[in-house]
Write a protein that binds this ligand. Structure first.
Ligand code: FES
Length: 145
């Protein structure tokens, strides 16, 4: 039911851990399943994401999507990182089963929350970035899959 890429990222997740004195951190949860995701970003003076780590109490799909999402934002500017949506991450993983699509939102929302934290601390505006929700369960109902 899972693609090879999903299994690979689930079994060998990239960028697990935490960053001390991160430029931005974001934590989001999904009230329905109780899963939690935290993302740490290390961003340099040119607004390039130098390093990124994640920690999760999440299911396999959440682990795989976060692993892939962190790989995709690494080396990008904070503005480019906004293009790493859960859809883009799912495509990079060759798809997720429909019931697991909401899990991929944890990674996207946590990255956005960490970017928001960074932007607030540095007084900058990241185009298209909205104040993060701490709980994504309501949002998920309105999504079209
Ligand atoms: Fe909760 Fe996947 S079931 S993140």
């Amino acid at each position: 039911m899972y693609t090879e890429k999903v299994m690979d990222h689930f079994q060998n997740p990239r960028n697990v851990g935490e960053i001390e004195n991160a430029s931005g951190t974001g934590t989001v949860g999904n009230a329905k399943c109780g899963d939690i995701m935290r993302i740490y970003l290390d961003i340099d003076e040119n607004q390039v994401i130098r390093d990124v780590k994640f920690k999760t109490f999440g299911c396999g799909a959440a682990v795989a999507t976060s692993s892939m999402a962190t790989e995709m934002v690494k080396g990008k500017t904070v503005q480019e990182a906004m293009e790493v949506t859960n859809k883009a991450v799912m495509e990079a993983l060759d798809g997720l089963p429909p019931v697991k699509v909401h899990c991929s939102l944890l990674a996207e929302e946590a990255i956005h929350a960490a970017l928001w934290d960074y932007a607030q601390k540095n007084g900058i505006v990241i185009e298209g970035l909205e104040k993060p929700k701490s709980d994504i369960s309501e949002h998920e109902e309105d999504e079209e899959y």
